[in-house]
Design a binder for this molecule. Structure first.
Ligand code: GLN
Ligand code: ZN
Length: 767
């Protein structure tokens, strides 16, 4: 028996983002559902063929999705909330669940399912909503159809199914019911999975991949007794395909290994140390699928290191019980390095995207038994790793020396917040309840058009710069007309808050087509952070100074924080993430100092991604939060007392990390609250959040213009919970996705609401 080469899932979006384009043209009404399905079928066929050509033994099906695989699972299980029931067309209903549906003609207005992050990745899934007495009804049409399609391509597939435990733990109850948990529905749901496995067996399927990523979270530990019973029931089923139970993103505790399945997949990239712990827990027949090729990053695998793990597993289990695979689905990886023409040769050889990872998996399986494989894939990997280790582009002695010299005082502002606040008050001269915005203003088609023209060479550097200056100037005047108290320059020169800084820092590279699905048709192209980070020259000082020169009001400097830059890049795997974050922090520290020296009195360092970096396992969280906080403080602590440091956070629930947010010691925090408004204020009060806060007073994700009354009420409630002297007034995120008319209307109402409350308080106060 040979060691098998397997794959857990392949990127769906297509090497040229074909799925994105097909979806968007279908949504806009330019094409039909048949056109969309046609593109989808072609993509699946291409991906199966690629895996077959790479020589994989187990090839996934049902890993494709038109929008999201959790949504597909909900539809397959009949978990469709009541509000979608009247939409009879299945495709319309599916996309209504994904994106909401507003149709003036029929008076339809249904909200989409909630969307949230898939574990600690940047992929977002749709949260299934379970009714209190949810029943399940199996619709196996899609999964069965794809099996036929795969076979027509010459592939006998291994269908991927999100398992019942994870499905429920990732779902929510539509109505909050005290004491009830989604997992209470497990017994009912397992009956539906029994039917599904029966159907797959009848279709002649040999192996199924049952994904149970939740088994590596602390949440699963709480429900262990319940899920053990349920999974054991599935395992005992008389007629079913063999099952490989797949976990990823963290380590599986030996006591959490479900009994009775034929194979177990574990993530040995994230948690290699679990191998030795798990081997004794496997009994004498279970196959171990080793996730040794990183499914979430872009580096070419250190095949010798992976091979050593494979070797160890074979020693204990024998080759018939060892498989090779990616750590998780390749969904989180770009598609094809072969199509990157602009990356230089040295950097290219260090990388592997999905297509190249298939080759690595095959090579590891083929040479599993060889003591020292010398085939070309191994040799190439050796050369790549040697070159990466030696490269002067990766290691910068000056950066390393500087990082080694970081000491405690560099992580602390000179004075405590109370003193700083006084100094800042007198320097900045702000009124009570100061109004401001988060940074970006509308990136109109004019702005995007000018950038595109400049990139393609149609617009010269000087013309483009002058266009940006005009935009900035207009933006400053508009903010003055709105009577905002603290202004921003508008960020017209930036495409993306991470890419912009990556392009100005040393240590980053950019791909042309390295897209990864974020949700639905939305993709991101993260920079590749390959080397020691430094700042060759000031990055934002010119724009901030220019904007400040246009007005007497204070203009905030605007930077992206170290953790967010780290989190939204493909980050190097040859040193701890902490070290990389601290290097970015040092570069930002220089920028902060230069801004201060240029007379910028307030500097905002955005950290929207700080929450999503939180490790899955609670025991790892403290360490992460410690260095995340240190990195922020290293970036910001050098300034004088009277320079005001702001930070901004969004996209998450912050209750859990509120103490760490306090530890950042930013003078002002603006934070998204649209998801949980009042609870967050209460959390802040309970945690005794010490500094100034600007809770987002309206949701910028919607084009709706909030009324003055609405904002006023919200501010009043916030002021009742937090101290009014420490309260700021701002929207809940940047405004770049909005149009000017709605932005002006919304901000005018926001300013008016702040003025009204300000008057209330001054009238109350004795003169
Ligand atoms: N300053 C950024 C902006 O306004 C912040 C964006 C974000 O929080 N994601 O666009
Ligand atoms: Zn934001």
């Amino acid at each position: 028996m040979a060691v098998l080469a397997t794959c857990l899932g392949f990127p769906r979006i297509g090497r040229d983002r074909e799925l994105k384009k097909a979806l968007e043209s279908y949504w806009s009404g330019r094409t039909t559902i048949d056109d969309l399905e046609h593109t989808a079928r072609n993509l699946r066929r291409r991906h199966w063929t690629a895996m077959k050509d790479a020589g994989l033994d187990h090839i996934p099906s049902n890993d494709f999705s038109l929008y999201d695989h959790v949504l597909d699972t909900a539809v397959m299980l009949g978990v469709v909330p009541e509000r979608f029931a009247s939409i009879s067309d299945p495709a319309r209903r599916y996309f209504a669940m994904a994106r909401g549906l507003q149709d003036a003609d029929t008076g339809t207005d249904v909200a989409a399912l909630e969307m949230t992050k898939w574990f600690d990745t940047n992929y977002h899934y749709l949260v299934p909503e379970l009714a209190p007495h949810q029943t399940f009804a199996l619709d196996p049409s899609r999964i069965l159809r794809e099996i036929d399609e795969a076979r027509a391509t010459g592939v006998d597939p291994r269908p991927v199914v999100l398992g019942p435990v994870s499905f429920l733990l990732l779902s929510k109850l539509a109505h909050d019911e005290d004491g009830r948990s989604t997992i209470d529905l497990l017994d009912d749901l397992v009956a539906t999975y029994e039917r599904l496995l029966g159907l797959l067996a009848a279709a002649g399927i040999g192996w199924v991949q049952l994904d149970e990523p939740c088994l590596v979270t602390d949440a699963a530990d709480v429900h262990r007794a319940v899920y053990e019973r349920a999974l054991a029931r599935l395992a005992r089923l008389a007629v079913r395909p063999k099952v490989v139970l797949a976990t990823y993103f963290a380590d599986l505790a030996p006591e959490s290994v479900p009994a009775g399945f034929e194979a177990l997949h574990v993530d040995l990239v994230r948690a290699p140390e679990q191998l030795d712990r798990l081997i004794p827990a496997l009994g004498d027949a279970v196959i171990l699928s080793l996730g040794v090729v990183d499914g979430r990053n872009v580096w070419c695998t250190d095949l010798d290191r992976a091979h050593a793990l494979v070797h160890r597993a074979i020693e204990h289990l024998g080759e018939a019980r060892v498989w090779i695979g990616p750590s998780c689905s390749l969904l989180h990886s770009p598609v094809d390095l072969g199509r990157e023409t602009k990356l230089d040769a040295e950097l290219r050889e260090w990388l592997a995207f999905a297509m190249e990872k298939l080759i690595e998996i095959r090579a590891l399986a083929t040479h599993a038994q060889s003591p020292h494989p010398t085939d070309v894939t191994f040799e190439r990997a050796r050369a790549a790793h040697a070159s990466r280790r030696r490269s002067l582009r990766v290691t910068d002695a000056a950066v390393r020396a500087r990082l080694a010299a970081v000491d405690k005082p560099m992580l602390h502002r000179a004075s405590p917040f109370g003193l700083r606040a006084k100094e800042q008050r007198s320097r900045l001269g702000l009124p009570m309840l100061p109004t401001t915005t988060i940074g970006s203003f509308p990136q109109t088609s004019d702005v995007r058009g000018a950038r595109a023209a400049w990139r393609s060479g149609k617009l010269g550097d000087e013309a483009y710069q002058s266009f940006l200056r005009d935009e900035t100037q207009r933006c400053i005047s508009r903010q003055e007309e709105l009577d905002l108290d603290m202004l921003v320059h508008g960020e017209f020169e930036r495409t993306d808050m991470v890419e912009h800084f990556g392009q100005l820092l040393a240590g980053f590279a950019f791909t042309e087509l390295g897209w990864v699905q974020s949700y639905g048709s939305r993709c991101v192209k993260p920079p590749i952070l390959f080397g020691d980070v430094s700042r060759p020259a000031p990055m934002t000082v010119a724009w901030s100074s220019y904007a400040q020169s246009l007005t007497k009001r204070i203009v905030k400097g605007m930077l992206t924080g170290p953790v967010t830059i780290l989190q939204w890049s493909f980050v190097r795997d040859d040193q701890p993430r902490r070290d990389t974050a601290m290097q970015i922090a040092l570069a930002l520290r220089d920028e902060v100092a230069d801004l201060e020296a240029a007379g910028i009195a307030a500097i905002q360092v955005d950290e929207p991604a700080i929450r999503e970096g939180l490790p899955l396992r609670r025991r790892d969280r403290e360490d992460y939060l410690r260095w995340a906080v240190e990195a922020f403080r290293l970036a910001t602590s050098s300034v004088r007392d009277d320079t005001q440091i702001h930070t901004h956070m969004c996209y998450s629930e912050f209750g859990e990390i509120i103490d760490a947010i306090g530890d950042l010691d930013a003078d002002v925090l603006s934070i998204e609250t649209s998801r949980s408004r009042m609870e967050l204020f209460v959390d802040f009060r309970r945690a005794g959040y010490p500094n100034e806060v600007g809770p987002g007073v309206y949701d910028i994700h919607s084009p709706r213009v909030p009324t003055t009354d609405e904002i006023y009420d919200l501010l009043k409630r916030a002021a009742a919970v937090l101290s009014v002297d420490r309260l700021w007034v701002n929207p809940d995120c940047g405004l770049k996705t909005r149009g000017w008319p709605e932005v002006q209307a919304a901000l005018a109402n926001m300013v008016e609401a702040a003025h009204r409350l300000r008057r209330d308080y001054t009238e109350l106060r004795p003169a």
